[in-house]
Design a protein around this ligand. Sequence first.
Ligand code: F6P
Length: 319
Amino acid sequence: MKRLGVLTSGGDAPGMNAAIRAVVRKSIYHGIEPYGIYQGYSGLINGNIKKLEIGSVGDIIQRGGTVLRSARCEEFKTREGQLKGVEQLKKHQIDGLVVIGGDGSYQGARALTGHGFPCVGVPATIDNDISGTQFTIGFDTALNTVLDAIDKIRDTASSHERTFIIEVMGRGAGDIALWSGLAGGAETIIVPEEKLDMNDISDRLKKGQLRGKKHTIIIVAEGVMSGTEFADKLKEAVDIETRVSVLGHIQRGGTPTGFDRVLASRLGARAVEILMEGKGGRAVGIMKDQIVDNDISQILDQPHSFQNEMFDLSKELSI
Ligand code: F6P
């Protein structure tokens, strides 16, 4: 391996920069020339590729977003688009590619590997919805951003004795809602992985009120429904006044936590090693604090595992 490419794709996640830095520095340490591909797969198709130096990734470990920028690219879902990408990689004499991103990015990496070009996936998405890893880069930072918002909303909820519905991101996964709800002491958490039981939610709300509970926090994962849709449903079930807060893209920004920076550094470096070992079509991850790698196709075919016991625990603790 003489030249290696790195790109970030899909929704950005805090810690992507730390992963880029790890890929670049690990490559240079081992005498490999790193190339940055800008704007994800769309930049790959258009040949937006530049050589990176040690200094190119200086002063970025603490920054959110991605210095390589990101994109969602429809053209890369087609065979023609993918072959254009392979052509660009060959033109720049790049021998292997590290793809930092989520599910859609992995699909691109799998396709490229299928066309004979070795790729390794590094899981980075705030959603924490990739299998083969307990944590994706960016999840911990997003969790803490959401928690900060919940704590602030709790202040005003308590002052006004109100019920707040907070809509969080996660696409089809409920991890952001579950973890932030448990850590933020939410009374109710609504996630796609668990059946929505309006009777149970209403009963718990009523019981809380009887007990003298003055305010309530409900976390709704966007994969179930929007916060306002849920507010309407709740109004039908129990006639209480609510306020809805949609946290939106604020969840994707900000300084990565220490956990995300360390995770990104370990995963990015391991991805380079795998390419150096002459392997492609792999995805790295962390399991029980060990860095692991799996077949990227298998990872894409396996559903992300949801921690149901944590959901049950949140119910027990929010009586
Ligand atoms: O995958 C990350 C994510 O932030 C999801 O949680 C969310 O559903 C989606 O991206 C939003 O995407 P976009 O920024 O393209 O609207």
